[in-house]
Write a protein that binds this ligand. Structure first.
Ligand code: C2E
Ligand code: MG
Ligand code: MG
Length: 643
C-alpha cells in the first residue's frame, strides 16, 4: 500500500473517531441541560463550547486532509491512465504504416515516426529541428502551398495529393492529411501530418489508363484516345484558324496474309506497320490504330488539301517497302481516305465518317491510292501532288528545258532579244507548261532551284550565241515573286554572271508588277543592288498589279512589259486601247522602254508601233522554241496601217 493511501486511511479513521466523540458529547450536554444546576450548566456550556470548537476544528482539518488525500489519489489514478494512454498512442504512432510528422507552432519538426523514416529515407535526427520544406519536390507552384495553409487556417485540417522528394532525390506522390493542434489559448501549437506513399496506386492507375486508351498489340492510341485528341485538336484549330486533315489508312488484302500465313505473322506485320508509321511522323501528327488493319492519322496543321494528299502519298510510298517478317518478305499496298477540317466536317466523329467514305472510294477506285472526301477535288489535288513529287526529280533527271521566244524591235522588225521560258519535258505527259508547274514549284520551294538553273542556262546560251557571232541585245529571264525579296538573289545573279562571263548589261531580269508592289520598299532596295551589278530590270505583266505611280517613278527599272491581256483586244477594244495608250505614255514620261507581249496579229503590232511601243513579242513574231530553232533572220514587216 502506498504512503498516500495509508495517509488517507489514517485521516478517515480519525474522522470516524472524532464523529463518535462529538455525538457522545452532544448527547451528554443535552442531558445535563435538563438535570444540572445553572452553575454547573454554565461550566459545562463553556467546556462544551470549547470541546465543540476543538472537535469542529479537528473535524475540519481531518476533512481537509481526507479531501486532499482523495484528490491526490484521484490525480494519481488519472496520471497512471494518461501514462497508459500515452503508451498506447506511442505504440500506434510507431506501428502505423502511414508516415507521421509533427511540427511545433513555428513549423520546426519535433517528431517523426518509423514509417516516416522508411518512406522518406531520412533518419529522425536528420530532420528534427528542420522544416518540412526540406521534402519539397518542386512540382507544385507557390499557390498550391498558399491554398494549403489557407485551408489549415480556416478549417484546421487539409487533405490532398502532394508530390514530395525522398532523401534519394526521387519524387513520389503522397496522400497527406495535416491537422492543426491548438493550445489552451487557441493558438496553433502543433501541426500533425499523416501521409501514405501512393506511388504504387498511381502506377497501377496509370497502367489502367494506358490500357484503356491504347491498343495492346501496337501500343498506339486506340479509337477512344484518338477521338478525344482529335476533338481537342479541332477545338484548338478553330481558335487559331488552322486547317486539319484526318487520314484513314487501310492495308489492302491484309486478310489474305492473316488467312495464308496465320495470325501470328499478321500481328507481327501490324506491329511493323505501326513502327514504320510512327517513324514517319513528327510533332503535330497523331497516329492511332482503330482496330484490325485500320490506322488513323490526324495532321494538326494541314491547311490545304494538297498537303493532305502529299501526306497520303508519303504514307503509301513509305509502306511500299517490303516488311521482312519471320523469313518472309511481305509487301503491302495501302488505301487512304482523307477528310479535311473545317471544309468537310467540324467534329472528329464526322471527320472520321467522311474519311471512311473517302476510304471506300479509294478502295473501289482500284486500291493502293488515296481519295479525298470532296470528290471534285480528288482528281485535281492528285494531279498537283503527283506533279510536286515528280518535279523534285525533274531537275536531277534533266527533264527541264529552256525555250527562247524572240523579241523584236517594232520599228525595224529586227530580232533584238529573247525571253527564256522554262518547259518540262515530262516522260508521259509531254511538254508541260510553266503555268501549270511554276505555282507548285513556288509552293514547294523548288522554284529557287528552277530559276537558278534557267538563269544559268540562259546566260550560257547567250555567251554561245555571242561566240558564234549571233548578236542579241539581251536575254530576259523571269524571277519568281517568291525569290525577288530574298537576299540570295543578288548573290545568285552575281555568281551566274561570274561563272558564265556574260556582260551584265546583256541579262534582263523580269519581275512581275505584283511582286514589286507586295513590298515596294524591299523591292526598291533589291532593285538598286541588282542595278549596281549592271543587269537590266523589267516589270512583267504590267497593268495587272495596281502600281502606285509615285512608287513606280522611284524604281530603277528600264522597261515595262504590257501584259498580254491588254494586247489581246487591240486595236478594236476601246478600253484595252485606252489602257495601252496610257501605259505607253506613262513609260515614256518616266524614260522607260515599252515592251508589248502576246502579239498574235499584225494589227496589234501596228497599233503598238503607232502608239510608240518599242519592242514586241508574241506568236506573230515567233513562238518560244529551243535555242537551236530560233529564226535569226525573221523580221516580219509591220505593213498594216490603222489610219
Ligand atoms: P510571262 O513571263 O509573261 O511569259 C509570257 C508567256 O506568254 C509565255 O507563256 C509565252 O509562251 C506566252 N506567250 C508569248 N507569246 C504569246 C502569244 O502571242 N499569245 C499567247 N497566248 N501567249 C503568248 P509560258 O511560257 O507558258 O509562261 C507562262 C508564265 O510562266 C510566264 O509568263 C512566266 O511568268 C512563267 N515562267 C516561265 N518560265 C519561267 C521561269 O523560268 N521562271 C519563272 N519564275 N517563271 C517562269
Ligand atoms: Mg516574262
Ligand atoms: Mg508576262
Amino acid at each position: 500500500m502506498s504512503a498516500s493511501y495509508r495517509e488517507a486511511l489514517r485521516a478517515a479513521l480519525l474522522y470516524l473517531l472524532l464523529s463518535v466523540v462529538w455525538m457522545q458529547l452532544s448527547g451528554y450536554l443535552l442531558n445535563s441541560f435538563f438535570d444540572s444546576s445553572a452553575e454547573l450548566l454554565r461550566w459545562q456550556l463553556i467546556n462544551g463550547y470549547a470541546w465543540m470548537t476543538v472537535s469542529a476544528g479537528l473535524i475540519f482539518i481531518a476533512r481537509a486532509r481526507l479531501l486532499r488525500c482523495l484528490g491526490i489519489g484521484a490525480r494519481l489514478r488519472e496520471r497512471s491512465e494518461d501514462r497508459e494512454r500515452l503508451r498506447q498512442a506511442a505504440a500506434v504512432f510507431d506501428c502505423t504504416r502511414e508516415g507521421v510528422l509533427v511540427t511545433n507552432g513555428e513549423g520546426l519538426i519535433v517528431h517523426v515516426n518509423r514509417a516516416f523514416m522508411e518512406i522518406t529515407g531520412y533518419q529522425s535526427e536528420e530532420v528534427l529541428g528542420q522544416r518540412p520544406s526540406l521534402f519539397k519536390s518542386g512540382r507544385h507552384l507557390k499557390g498550391f502551398y498558399q491554398a494549403m495553409f489557407e485551408t489549415l487556417d480556416s478549417r484546421g485540417e487539409w487533405s490532398g495529393e502532394i508530390w514530395n522528394r525522398r532523401k534519394s532525390g526521387e519524387i513520389y506522390p503522397q496522400w497527406q492529411t495535416i491537422r492543426v493542434i491548438h493550445d489552451d489559448l487557441g493558438r496553433h501549437s502543433h501541426y500533425v501530418a499523416v501521409f501514405s506513399d501512393i506511388s504504387a496506386i498511381k502506377n497501377s492507375e496509370h497502367k489502367l489508363m494506358h490500357l484503356a486508351h491504347h491498343d495492346a498489340l501496337t501500343d498506339l492510341p486506340n479509337r477512344l484516345l484518338f477521338t478525344d485528341r482529335a476533338e481537342q485538336a479541332l477545338a484548338s484549330a478553330q481558335v487559331h484558324k488552322r486547317g486539319c486533315a484526318l487520314l484513314l489508312i487501310d492495308l489492302d488484302h491484309f486478310k489474305m496474309i492473316n488467312d495464308g500465313l496465320g495470325h501470328t505473322i499478321g500481328d507481327q506485320l501490324l506491329k511493323a506497320v505501326a513502327e514504320r508509321l510512327k517513324a514517319m511522323f513528327g510533332a503535330g501528327i497523331t497516329l492511332a490504330r482503330l482496330g484490325g488493319d485500320e490506322f488513323a492519322v490526324l495532321a494538326e496543321s494541314c491547311p490545304h488539301l494538297v498537303q493532305a494528299a502529299a501526306l497520303a502519298r508519303r504514307i503509301i510510298d513509305g509502306l511500299k517497302e517490303p516488311f521482312p517478317i519471320d523469313g518472309h518478305q511481305l509487301f503491302i499496298n495501302t488505301s487512304i481516305g482523307i477528310s479535311l477540317f473545317p471544309s468537310d466536317a467540324l467534329s472528329a466523329e464526322q471527320l472520321l465518317r467522311n474519311a471512311d467514305s473517302a476510304l471506300f472510294k479509294a478502295k473501289s477506285g482500284g486500291r493502293n491510292g488515296y481519295a479525298l472526301y470532296t470528290e471534285e477535288l480528288t482528281a485535281h489535288a492528285q494531279q498537283r501532288v503527283e506533279i510536286s513529287f515528280e518535279l523534285r526529280n525533274a531537275l536531277d533527271q534533266q527533264q527541264l528545258r529552256v525555250y527562247y521566244q524572240p523579241v523584236h524591235d517594232l520599228k525595224t522588225s529586227r530580232l533584238i532579244g529573247v525571253e527564256a521560258l522554262v518547259r518540262w519535258e515530262h516522260p508521259q505527259r509531254g511538254l508541260v507548261s510553266p503555268a501549270e508547274f511554276i505555282p507548285i514549284a513556288e509552293r514547294t520551294g523548288l522554284i529557287a532551284e528552277i530559276d537558278a538553273w534557267v538563269m544559268q542556262q540562259a546566260c550560257r546560251q547567250m555567251c554561245q550565241w555571242q561566240q558564234a557571232g549571233k548578236v542579241l541585245s539581251f536575254v530576259a529571264v523571269n524571277v519568281s515573286s517568291r525569290l525577288f525579296a530574298r537576299r540570295e538573289l543578288y548573290q545568285q545573279v552575281a555568281q551566274v554572271l561570274r561563272e558564265t562571263g556574260l556582260a551584265p548589261a546583256c541579262l534582263e531580269l523580269e519581275v512581275t508588277e505584283s511582286a514589286v508592289m507586295e513590298d515596294p520598299e524591299v523591292a526598291l532596295e533589291q532593285m538598286h543592288r541588282l542595278r549596281e551589278l549592271g543587269v537590266r530590270l523589267a516589270i512583267d505583266d504590267f497593268g495587272t498589279g495596281y502600281s502606285s505611280l509615285l512608287r513606280l517613278k522611284r524604281l530603277p527599272v528600264q522597261k515595262l512589259k504590257i501584259d498580254q491581256g491588254f494586247v489581246a483586244g487591240l486595236p478594236w477594244d476601246e478600253d484595252d486601247a485606252a489602257i495601252v495608250r496610257v501605259i505607253i505614255a506613262l513609260a515614256q514620261s518616266m524614260g522607260m522602254q515599252v515592251h508589248a507581249e502576246g502579239i498574235e496579229q499584225v494589227e496589234q503590232a501596228a497599233f503598238l508601233l503607232e502608239q510608240g511601243s518599242h519592242l514586241g513579242q508574241g506568236y506573230w513574231f515567233g513562238r518560244p522554241v529551243p535555242a537551236g530553232q530560233l529564226d535569226w533572220l525573221r523580221a516580219p514587216v509591220i505593213t498594216q496601217s490603222l489610219a
